[in-house]
Design a protein around this ligand. Structure first.
Ligand code: SAM
Ligand code: SF4
Length: 319
């Protein structure tokens, strides 16, 4: 369906947990409060939401978290999402730590894509950002994911002080058919206190290494990334610059937090409590979804940080 501004909304991000096995400093720092288990939507409830969303033309889903793979039953849930009538696409966003052994099952079920988050190519820098010394497992998962045939993309947040990681991360696209996407830090949760690097600064750094990098008009996913190609790169380099370039006019998505709060826009706390609807009057679900989609705000306000009303952490929202 379209919203009040005529945008077709076809894509939903489903956060299935606010738990995570990493502590990325811009997302879920140590000591972050967690929701009660009973406040998480059950898989049955998530499927009910997905079914109602499909009825409105929302047919592409990204399963996210927290770290989705720490929730027991995630792989089975992905399989059930894949076989839900009308669902066109199911993809997963993960930090990659638990991914490698699951890839054969994910490939067999026809998972449509996996995004792996990795903000540094150097183990010490990775550890300083995430609190984990398991970069090796993530890099193995990236290679195995590409090898499994699942469309694989990398998400790399552009953090101030980590500019030296930009070229080594992009270099992964030199040897592998993987898109490496750089994301500007958004002022949500702990991200508000994290200094970032602009996509333009990152592009300048990349062009010093690959002077022939040039923008390409290609449909490579559901998101707002702008892609660049270079003769020495197998994959593409992408920029997701929500802060310096607003792409709200083409926004196609809504988000469901791990506690069932339907968010029409990342930047605002306003939304609809679908958990309450599911647990009191589930027959109201399609109407509640329709109202939420229609009322989607025109644009985010990341440039005016004081206007951001979202108070949750990104780990609960799902990115
Ligand atoms: N744990 C999974 C992962 O890391 O991919 C899925 C959830 S995570 C919240 C989804 C994406 O949001 C990750 O790529 C992460 O880097 C990104 N993210 C989290 N906080 C952010 C922020 N403040 N600004 C920009 N991206 C952020
Ligand atoms: Fe966990 Fe992903 Fe947030 Fe890192 S970005 S803390 S891996 S949810």
């Amino acid at each position: 369906m379209t919203d009040q501004f005529g945008r077709a909304i076809r894509y939903m991000r489903l956060s299935i947990t606010d738990r995570c096995n990493l502590r990325c400093r811009y997302c879920m720092p140590d000591g972050a409060a967690l929701c009660r288990h009973s406040d998480l939507l059950t898989y049955e409830e998530l499927l009910q939401v997905a079914e109602a969303a499909v009825g409105l033309g929302i047919t592409r889903f990204k399963v996210t978290g927290g770290e989705p793979l720490v929730r027991r039953g995630c792989v089975e849930f992905l399989g059930r999402m894949k076989s839900l009538p009308g669902v066109e696409q199911v993809t997963l966003t993960t930090n990659g730590l638990l991914l490698e052994p699951l890839l054969p099952r994910l490939a067999a079920m026809g998972l449509d894509g996996v995004n792996i988050s990795v903000d540094a190519a150097d183990p010490a820098v990775y550890a300083a950002i995430t609190g984990s010394d398991r970069l090796d497992a993530v890099l193995r998962a990236i290679r195995a994911s590409v090898g499994s045939g699942i469309k694989t993309k990398l998400n790399c947040v552009l953090l101030e002080g980590c500019e030296g990681q930009i070229v080594p991360l992009a270099r992964l696209a030199a040897g592998l058919a993987v898109d490496v996407r750089f994301i500007e830090v958004m002022p949500i949760g702990a991200g508000a206190a994290s200094a970032g690097v602009s996509s333009q600064a990152a592009l300048d750094i990349l062009r010093a290494e690959w002077p022939d990098l040039h923008g390409v008009e290609e449909e490579r996913g559901n998101g707002p990334a702008r892609y660049y190609a270079g003769a020495r790169l197998l994959g593409r380099v992408g920029m997701i610059d929500a802060v310096s370039h607003s792409f709200c006019r083409g926004c196609n998505r809504v988000r469901l937090t791990s506690t069932g709060w339907l968010k029409p826009c990342l930047c605002y706390g306003e939304g609809t409590d679908l958990r309450a609807v599911l647990r009191s009057s589930p027959e109201e679900l399609p109407a509640a979804l329709r109202r939420a989609v229609w009322g989607k705000p025109r644009a985010h306000c990341f440039k005016e940080a004081a206007e951001v009303t979202e108070r949750n952490m990104m780990s609960g929202i799902g990115g």
